[in-house]
Design a protein around this ligand. Structure first.
Ligand code: CO
Length: 212
């Protein structure tokens, strides 16, 4: 990393934080979503990093979403925030293994599957506004990352929390969920109420795709 890169990212973040909140979320088609993000190596310093993380948290909650990666606010650096404390009905929560995830920061995250089980559910992305599609993910993953204080994270996640971490970590590699989603399940916001069931089994029958 050169000094110019450090200054470049700092300037970009300062400019972004001078603007309004919530931060604008860039949409699919913007190249920043397709470039692997640079590792975070302290480029921002403690205070600017804290301000960015708070702005990302506010933006994620306002959207509303359960995760937001830095490229989604135009920054090519490997930082994401997640939080899932939205109310969910019991049936959906059980089927999706969706448990509350308190706010957390993922710096330079990586994951690998634990076991070989794949599970498929409707998934969306704040950068693919208005659409959702069934996406198969590892049911369990081992997450390795740093937290906001630079402490090592190494843990195994299962169910919806594992899905969120896979989605956000993929953003930092320039991947979007639509790259691996079942395209026959693609569903616009106008039709989303049809497929609000806890599992996508009926959608699979009606729209003509198979589940893992
Ligand atoms: Co996303």
């Amino acid at each position: 990393m050169t000094t110019a890169d450090v200054g470049g990212l700092r300037d970009e973040v300062e400019r972004l934080l001078d603007g309004p909140l919530p931060l604008p979320i860039v949409q699919a088609g913007h190249p920043v979503l397709r470039r692997p993000a640079a590792p975070y190596e302290g480029q921002l310093g403690e205070r600017l990093l804290a301000r960015l993380l708070e702005a990302m948290r506010v933006t994620m909650l306002a959207a509303p979403g359960v995760g937001l990666a830095a490229p989604q606010v135009g920054l090519g650096v490997a930082i994401a925030v997640v939080q899932d404390e939205w109310p969910v009905d019991d049936e959906a929560a059980a089927a999706r293994e969706r448990r509350p995830v308190p706010f957390r920061v993922l710096v330079n995250p990586a994951y690998e599957p634990v076991g070989d089980e794949r599970v498929a559910f409707y998934e969306g992305c704040l950068s693919v506004h208005g659409w959702q599609a069934v996406t198969a993910r590892w049911r369990s993953v081992r997450l390795r990352a740093l937290d906001a204080d630079g402490a090592q994270v190494d843990e195994v996640l299962t169910g919806w929390p594992a899905r969120i971490v896979q989605h956000e970590t993929d953003h930092l590699a320039g991947r979007l969920y639509v790259d691996s989603a079942e395209m026959r399940s693609l569903c616009s916001a106008a039709e989303a109420a049809r497929w609000a069931a806890a599992t996508p089994h009926e959608a699979a029958c009606e729209l003509g795709f198979t589940l893992p």
